[in-house]
Design a protein around this ligand. Structure first.
Ligand code: T1G
Length: 700
């Protein structure tokens, strides 16, 4: 039988049901229909004793087709297809390679047997899309793993490797392929062996749910809700799994469906779909169409400090040959220790075996000879953030780096044009702005200078993607996309402190909004001296009517540079951030000096101000062509600054709330902040035209 993306191939007594729906075998309506038809065909074929689902391409079924969401349920529903497979008088097996995620894993759970390639993974990541498993995953998984484990799996959305899946009773067999061996053959052999054994396993849905104390289940739900910081789906997923303790399978399934339908249309789910597809749109840029990246196999990193070491490890882990250049032997030794430390951390978190630490660290060559960079295909500079230090370095690199190599600066605030101008080949230059720790943070701002050649840009994107990063295109301005928005909203947090809010109140408001950490806690962590030098560079010759808060300068003058000095906005003597009467007194003193009468500031006012200012600055960045699309701004703020993904980022959220409303909040921010915070022309025009940022993006 062949219907669309599902084809049956009978081998002996087993019907192999091939799913072939590139790129990731998503469960589109056609695939669901094909599977449903396959159940009937298998039942009707007397020669066939069992069925085996196998997928073409790089992965097993990666879940429901997310592009179908919001378009209303299309028959056949996945729940029904899985029920037909499970109820079939002939056993079905699933052979999992690559990933079986969401609905794909649920299909496998509806089968009698699951055989996994040893490199395969399974998971129910629906919470990352603001939903919960909607085809029986919350009811079948706990029947295999127990409720506590199932709650952990559905609330984290993490992937489970084959080894663990076997231990948890999810995988009935794990296949370690010999070179040249076909997974399909090994999976088929497994099914034939099970058939020969003659024992038909009990369908998962008919298996009992291992008991768990109701109070324990409640505790796990509460923990999931607390960890979600305002995102709804993890709590709902935990409750759905816990339902299995009190409801029979059919009732549990119905309850799961109800929760799923409540969430799939929720603004949080729409925001997370925006984030899912946004990540995948980042490198789809018209200026990269048909532009061939240059070949890169060797990367040199100049500077083995925190950023340099992280970049070197990320590059080595992605398979590049890496060299780190340091100024002298002592600095080289420190760089080696940092790199070793990163791998040590990986071993402690069981990401790599302990005996791999030394090998991996040693694979990164560290030199003090700039000449050794002569053969590098890409050179990334991560030295001290000083324009003359960087220009001098690139002048020297210009003499040794081979023609045709790409050179990139990791500067976060300096002008890459000025740095590139220190070389005779500015077209070979771009910015690669990593975020600390560079071996962890996925975001990279790829900066196009005035001279960057198209294939240099394409090379930067290709390397960033191979590093497993999220490359966001940006042009040159102070702070590019992320730091510019962050510096702008920071000024408003400081205005709110001067007007009456405490740093702790602002931090509480923004963590309640969904940020992992409050802004003042972040400032103390990254060091107050960074923005101090930014203010000195950018605010020293400000116009008299520009609002300026002196409190952070006073803190720095007092030597309170943040955690690294034991005090900043907070006091860290106890190891934890504590409100400090010294800071409270300083704030009161500054208010008095400015003649400001403190007034209570509601959390909602703080949150609205933050969104308004971020969206406004984001719109300016779009107007100026520094960023190309609202999604670029959103992905930077989500992946670089902790903006809650379930809000979609400031631009998406501004549209979701409604630009007229947000423009009102921006005007309030302008009233509070004065010159420099005028509403962006783009937003004013869109409101006048009754259009959204998404409309604007579509029209470009
Ligand atoms: N639906 C539609 N398109 C999808 C898709 C999906 N589930 N998964 C991936 N794509 C597209 C993606 O947009 C990209 O398109 C291309 O495939 C390659 O993806 C009932 C309701 C599988 C690990 O959450 O995690 O099941 O950009 O670049 O890096 O309970 O894709 O090329 O045009 O990511 O190799 C649950 C989502 C759904 C898994 C592969 N499933 N996908 O990663 O490729 S909800 C998921 C992934 C659900 C049920 C519920 C990854 C991947 P384009 P890619 P990759």
């Amino acid at each position: 039988m062949a219907s669309g993306p599902v084809v049956i191939e009978v081998r002996g007594k087993v019907a192999i049901v091939w799913v072939d729906n590139p790129p990731v075998n998503a469960l589109s309506q056609a695939v669901r229909q094909g599977l449903s038809d396959a159940v009937a065909a298998v039942e009707a074929d007397a020669k066939v004793a069992a069925a085996l689902i196998l997928c073409r391409g790089r992965t097993f079924i990666a879940g429901a087709d997310i592009r179908e969401f919001g378009k209303g349920p299309l028959e056949p529903l996945l729940t029904d297809v899985i029920a037909r497979i499970e109820a079939s008088p002939k056993p079905w097996a699933a052979a999992i390679h690559g990933t079986a995620l969401g609905g794909g894993f649920e299909v496998a759970l509806g089968c009698c047997w699951r055989v996994m390639d040893s490199r395969a993974e399974v998971g129910l990541p629906e919470v990352k899309l603001g939903i919960i498993p909607g085809a029986g995953g919350t009811q079948r998984l706990p029947r295999l793993t127990g409720v506590a484990t199932a709650i952990e799996v559905v609330t984290s959305g993490r992937r489970i490797g084959a080894g663990e899946a076997q231990k948890l009773g999810i995988a009935d067999a794990v296949v370690d392929l010999e070179p040249g061996e076909e997974f399909a053959d090994r999976a088929l052999a497994a099914v034939e062996a099970w058939l020969a054994a003659g024992t038909m396993p009990v369908p998962v849905s008919a298996r009992p749910v291992p008991p768990l104390d109701a109070a324990e289940a409640e505790k796990l739900i509460a923990k999931a809700v607390e960890r979600a910081r305002g995102q709804l789906s993890p709590g709902e997923a935990a409750r759905a799994v816990a339902d299995a303790l009190t409801l029979d399978f059919a009732a549990g399934l119905a309850a799961e469906r109800a929760r799923f339908l409540k969430l799939v249309g929720h603004p949080q789910a729409k925001a997370l779909r925006h984030a899912f597809f946004g990540e995948r749109e980042l490198s789809k840029l018209p200026m990269l169409d048909g532009v061939k990246p240059r070949a890169v196999s060797t990367i040199a990193v100049v500077g083995g400090g925190t950023m340099g070491a992280g970049i070197a490890v990320a590059a080595a882990d992605a398979g590049y040959t890496v060299t780190v250049l340091e100024t002298d032997a002592a600095a080289a030794k420190r760089a080696a220790e940092r790199i070793h430390g990163i791998y040590q951390g990986y071993a402690e978190r069981k990401r790599i075996p302990a005996d791999a630490v030394g090998v991996k660290a040693a694979a990164i060559d560290i030199t003090t000879e700039i000449g050794d960079l002569g053969t590098a295909d890409l050179v990334v500079e991560a030295v001290f953030e000083d324009a003359e230090v960087k220009r001098d370095l690139f002048r020297r690199l210009d003499k040794v780096v081979r023609p045709g190599a790409v050179m990139a600066t990791n500067t976060s605030y300096l002008d890459p044009n000025r740095i590139a101008a220190a070389t005779g080949r500015p077209a070979e230059m771009c910015g690669l702005h990593f975020f600390a720790p560079a071996n962890v943070m996925r975001l990279v701002e790829v900066i196009e200078t005035a001279d960057t050649a198209p294939d240099v840009l394409a090379t930067a994107f290709a390397v960033a993607l191979k590093l497993g990063k999220l490359p966001v295109f940006a042009r040159v301005c102070d702070g590019f996309i992320g730091n510019r928005i962050w510096a702008t909203v920071r000024r408003h947090y400081e205005f709110l402190v001067e007007d009456g809010a405490s740093p702790a109140e602002i931090d509480a408001a923004m963590t309640a909004y969904g940020f992992p950490m409050g802004p003042f806690a972040v400032y103390d962590l990254s060091g107050l001296d960074i923005s101090w030098s930014w203010r000195k560079r950018n605010m020293a010759d400000r116009a008299p009517d520009v609002r300026y808060v002196d409190i952070p300068d006073r803190l720095c003058e007092m030597g309170r540079l943040g955690r690294k000095t034991g005090a900043g906005w907070y006091d860290y003597a106890s190891g934890k951030a504590k409100t400090d009467p010294v800071v409270e007194a300083l704030i009161a003193e500054e208010r008095a000096r400015k003649g400001v009468t403190a007034r209570p500031v509601a959390a909602e006012t703080i949150q609205r101000r933050a969104l308004a200012v971020m969206a406004n600055e984001g719109a300016r960045i779009l107007e100026e062509g520094i960023a190309l699309r609202p999604l670029d701004v959103d992905m930077v703020m989500i992946h670089g600054y902790g903006y809650p993904a379930w809000r979609g980022g400031p631009m998406f959220e501004a549209d979701a709330i409604g630009l007229p409303t947000v423009l009102g909040w921006i005007e309030e921010a302008h009233a509070a902040g004065g010159p420099g915070f005028e509403p962006a022309r783009l937003l004013v025009e869109l409101v006048q035209q009754g259009r959204t940022l998404a409309d604007w993006a579509q029209s470009r």
